[in-house]
Design a protein around this ligand. Sequence first.
Ligand SMILES: Nc1ncnc2c1ncn2[C@@H]1O[C@H](COP(=O)(O)OP(=O)(O)OP(=O)(O)O)[C@@H](O)[C@H]1O
Ligand SMILES: [Mg+2]
Length: 352
Amino acid sequence: MAQDNLQRVKVDSKKEFSKLPITGDIDFVDVKGQENVKRALEIAAAGGHNVIMIGPPGSGKSMLAKRISTILPPLSLEEALETTKIHSVAGTLNSKEGLLTNRPFRSPHHTVSDVALVGGGTNPKPGEISLAHNGILFLDELPEFKRSALEVLRQPLEDREVTISRARMSVNYPAGFMLIAAMNPSPSGDFYDSKGNEGDPEHIVKRYLAKISGPLMDRIDLHIEVQPVPYEKLSDKREGETSNEIRERVTIARAIQEKRFGEVNGIYSNAQLTPKLQKEHCKIDEEGDKLMKNAMEVLGLSARSYGRIFKVARTIADLDNAKNIGVSHIAEAIQYRSLDRDGWLGVTRYSL
Ligand SMILES: Nc1ncnc2c1ncn2[C@@H]1O[C@H](COP(=O)(O)OP(=O)(O)OP(=O)(O)O)[C@@H](O)[C@H]1O
Ligand SMILES: [Mg+2]
């Protein structure tokens, strides 16, 4: 055969890579009921928002957290290479894995040392926050973590990388993760104390919540209350949505954001909106403004809530494929600030 008859073969590795299936046997379809929680997690995934889930033991917080990476858009080739490099340096790649194709899910225990969490050692190795790069960092029982551990998270949450300084050198590791935190509503774990009385004494609960520092809470956009699912729902044979179905909507919303921020360096999602960009992209009409003002006053929302509500409303509007943020988008975003509300625990207890 003459050589000229041979067709040149071109492989678009990026395109081929994006077709790789996401492997694993967990799926949102396993979670019965919890429609409102699933909706909130879809919004979080769509806008890259950090989340805290508050609910009693057994309500499904861990189960839900583990499934968030299944609704995030698939890793791009660049992201996969970056993530693999970190795991290779840390020595956590298993010998059969060439390239990591799933988003990482890391869930360090609350007794984790600061070095294991953020990285360090004589030859500085990446910590959990870098191993979670391009994926999820799940902190279960958030108030049980040492204050120092929560403090060291602040810089990487802001900069999406961490600097580890040693006497002779300084190393930067990427640390662009989505933070998913979970906690029980009170130290006893439940809305009831050991004698079965409803609610812990107010001051114990307040002290428990106060352990999570303000600056850390400032980086969490969505507060999600998780109530246990009643038995009838658990035994329901009907199937809910699969992770793939949810991920399709998330991926479309992410594409809208990519287009929006294409020109701005280092901004990929609504969660990263700076105050200046917020002014540009989160315009609301008079009606929306009225609703915001009313909500701030009636629910006693703190000033901290204000910017966060806009960012989340922007994501809800993107999921809706709406150019402008509407009243319904703001109204929904307001629901996700329960920890800022006056007497939020009362609200939770009330609805149990
Ligand atoms: N909505 C649900 N659908 C199906 N199974 C559920 C649901 N909620 C809870 N479960 C079952 O209950 C188990 C306990 O849930 P999970 O460990 O996620 O709760 P948790 O809120 O993390 O509790 P803890 O506060 O003790 O950590 C799950 O492994 C699952 O088997
Ligand atoms: Mg749990």
